[in-house]
Design a protein around this ligand. Structure first.
Ligand code: ATP
Ligand code: MG
Ligand code: FE
Length: 334
């Protein structure tokens, strides 16, 4: 079985070919970061236009890298949502055209399911498992009892982790996307500033990062007013320590409560060096297998959509020619 997958939910135009849901034959990602940088964030209209320009090129490159033709493809999988509606539509329409022209089944995939299934490209998934999803738009703890079943046991009540990283980075005048820059700075700093940690109710697996974000912004402004100097490295390290403490503690507690076999890390913020190291340290003496994907499978790509799409294909999930992009697609309804 060979799945051709298309991902265009945000600012990466991506096409991948994956064999049997686990073996990457090609994984092409055209990033638009350079085009959005000058605006300090993703501009939806610009994103859609780039996807239109890139999608055919990226698709042809993927087939060429894999050394196969459309004759060899079993099904076409595509990100249905969540994401920017105009961006999603480009991928959905490309997938429909391709599936229709070649008489192939069309399989809709949830973007966050894709982030979680990036782990299937590394190792076999064992259930029950817990996924910590930390991305630009999501921060969630997802419990999976079997393939294709998702229970969100905790989620952010305000900003996503990646969003907080990007906003704090903007306060420090770092380029978009800020996450990797904060990560880099934090390596050279000390977490000396006392910033808040939003634990919320004792039994809650929810998250909140807007208070922390505001505390960072206030700290910077107050220091500037008093003419004091705070090392950006220390600010980054302190912010990152606050984020990581809460993520790691809640993940460990949820793993214990739900007696999971594996803990998977997923989403763009999973590329964070501090988070990866803290999870590895915490889980080294806990009885759960911790899986952390390589960096290129953490940020948006289409191989992860193929890995999730292969399971959906096997389960008989199909879309018809009326398939649309759904910006607020529900993970639990998958
Ligand atoms: P979603 O997946 O929720 O729809 P998205 O697809 O835009 O959102 P991703 O591509 O999964 O998000 O992740 C992008 C986010 O990851 C950005 O906020 C970026 O700053 C953050 N990020 C990437 N690398 C790092 C890093 N090393 N440290 C912290 N954050 C990072
Ligand atoms: Mg992106
Ligand atoms: Fe994403």
């Amino acid at each position: 079985e060979i799945i051709l997958a298309i991902e265009t939910s945000c600012d990466e135009t991506a096409v991948a070919l994956v064999k049997n849901g686990t073996e990457i034959m090609a994984n092409v990602v055209a990033s638009q970061i350079e085009s959005h940088k000058r605006f300090g964030g993703v501009v939806p209209e610009v994103a859609s236009r780039h996807h239109v320009e890139q999608i055919t090129v990226v698709m042809e490159e993927a087939l060429q890298n894999a050394g196969i033709t459309m004759e060899d493809v079993t099904a076409v999988a595509v990100t249905e949502g969540p994401g920017l509606v105009g961006a999603l539509l480009i991928g959905v329409n490309a997938a429909k055209a391709l599936a229709f022209a070649h008489g192939l089944p069309l399989v809709p995939v949830h973007h966050i399911a894709g982030h979680i299934y990036a782990n299937r490209l590394i190792t076999e998934m064992k259930f029950p498992l817990l996924a910590l999803v930390v991305s630009g738009g999501h921060t969630e703890l997802v419990l999976m009892k079997e393939h294709g079943s998702f229970e969100v046991i905790g989620e952010t009540r305000d900003d996503a982790a990646g969003e907080a990283y990007d906003k704090v980075a903007r306060t420090l005048n770092l380029p978009y996307p800020g996450g990797p820059h904060i990560d880099q700075l934090a390596q050279d700093g000390e977490p000396v500033l006392n910033l808040p940690r939003a634990w919320l109710e004792a039994d809650s697996y929810d998250f909140s990062f807007s208070g922390l974000k505001s505390a960072v912004i206030n700290t910077v402004h107050n220091a500037a007013q008093r003419g004091e100097i705070i090392k950006p490295e220390d600010l980054a390290a302190s912010f990152q320590a606050s984020v990581i403490d809460v993520l790691v503690e809640k993940t460990a507690r949820a793993a214990r409560e739900h007696h999971v076999k594996q803990v998977l890390l997923a989403g763009g913020v999973a590329a964070n060096k501090g988070l990866r190291a803290a999870l590895e340290a915490k889980f080294s003496d806990l009885p759960y297998e911790l899986i952390i994907p390589p960096l290129n499978l953490c940020t948006d790509n289409a191989a992860m959509i193929a890995a999730a799409g292969s399971i959906a294909y096997q389960k008989g999930k199909r879309a018809d020619w009326a398939l649309n992009g759904v910006p607020g697609l529900d993970l639990e309804a998958q």
